[in-house]
Design a binder for this molecule. Sequence first.
Ligand SMILES: [Zn+2]
Length: 95
Amino acid sequence: MQKKRWVTEKSKEINRARNSTQARQHKAYIWKKDNGFCRICGAKATTMHHPYGFTDYPALRTDMNNGYLVCDKCKLWADRKLEQRGGRPKKEENK
Ligand SMILES: [Zn+2]
């Protein structure tokens, strides 16, 4: 079995970035902006989606225009859309 060191290093870096003050402020801003509801279907939002993926676009992580609220269902949809665009590879999806 091959150890993927880069994943560890990269996820550490991403975790740090996610927990940064800027990221928290960005998140708070987006939640307030979208009022706690999914931007796609209008259901109660559960998470925030970055159209420009957190991993691939470090410069846009806390861009106020990069982010909107989604529910679980739409999050999957949004991620898939992104994937089709070649935006972000998702390892857990094998379909
Ligand atoms: Zn939704």
